[in-house]
Ligand binder design. Structure first.
Ligand code: SF4
Ligand code: SF4
Length: 74
């Protein structure tokens, strides 16, 4: 569950999603002039970013995904 993808080909750099996210997950990259997913672990899958993006560049997964913990030692 949560934000999974921002399509850079579609993103027009409007920053609406960055302002809309209540969890501060998204940030804006001045170098590329695109929004990007910075803190994916904080996403609450509220869909505000996906709904507010005027060009449909954001995909938020509604599916529950089991996260397998990465072992610290092998
Ligand atoms: S709202 Fe959409 S078009 Fe605007 S910065 Fe975010 S991803 Fe890009
Ligand atoms: S789904 Fe909600 S919490 Fe997650 S990135 Fe989008 S606006 Fe932020």
């Amino acid at each position: 569950m949560g934000v999974r993808r921002i399509d850079f080909d579609l993103c027009n750099g409007c920053r609406i999603c960055v302002e809309a996210c209540p969890m501060d997950v998204l940030r804006f990259d001045e170098a590329t002039d695109k929004a990007f997913i910075k803190y994916i672990g904080d996403c609450q899958a509220c869909l505000l970013c996906e709904m507010s993006c005027p060009v449909g560049a954001i995909y938020v997964s509604p599916d529950y995904e089991r996260r397998i913990p990465v072992p610290l030692y092998y």
